[in-house]
Design a protein around this ligand. Structure first.
Ligand SMILES: [Zn+2]
Length: 181
């Protein structure tokens, strides 16, 4: 049993009595709670040579489950490391005001597409502007939907590769510009 499963075991019932949870959250909670337990069935490994057998409980494979996603996450990080160039990158974060979180959480697909488009266009537009960089930049972008406190906080983070001579000024300006949106 993982730490998060222990926490769910101790406090879930009381939490559900006091808090209303929407359908998709209930689905995630159930998946994490039952991950690698007898509730999801099991499979058997058998050694071809000595016949040794071992039973392993099935994983939930839910994308929010820390138990299941650690391996995937590490593979993803390794794959990104292959793509990045051996140069300095900047971390640029775009977010939305907390006042519209309720609208965002009910229209997640649309809002995340808008955030991606707006952040990509903003970076490209500022980079191309002769006042700032006057050149092209390369970047990759990731959506984060929850903060470390597990509260909803959608933001798109970009790893931006600097190019061009005016890069320091560009990134300073970019930061100020983003704050003003
Ligand atoms: Zn799992």
């Amino acid at each position: 049993m993982t730490n998060i499963q222990k926490i769910l075991e101790i406090g879930l019932e009381e939490y559900l009595e006091k808090n209303k949870t929407v359908g998709y959250k209930q689905k995630v909670i159930k998946a994490i709670k039952n991950c690698k337990s007898d509730k999801l069935g099991a499979h058997k490994y058998v050694c071809d040579e000595c016949g040794y057998e071992e039973i392993a409980y099935n994983s939930c494979r839910n994308r929010h489950c820390p138990n299941c996603q650690t391996g995937k996450k590490l593979k993803w990080i390794e794959a990104r490391k292959e793509e990045v160039l051996n140069i300095k990158y900047y971390h640029v974060v775009f977010t939305i005001p907390s006042e519209i979180y309720n609208i965002a959480i009910q229209n997640q697909s649309k809002i995340y597409k808008i955030m991606f488009k707006a952040s990509a266009e903003t970076l490209q537009e500022l980079a191309e502007d002769e006042k700032y960089l006057g050149g092209e930049i390369g970047f990759f972008s990731i959506i984060h939907t929850w903060g470390q406190n597990l509260m909803y906080h959608p933001r798109r983070t970009n790893r931006t590769r600097k190019m061009g001579r005016k890069r320091r000024r560009f990134f300073h300006t970019c930061k100020s510009y983003v704050k003003k949106i």
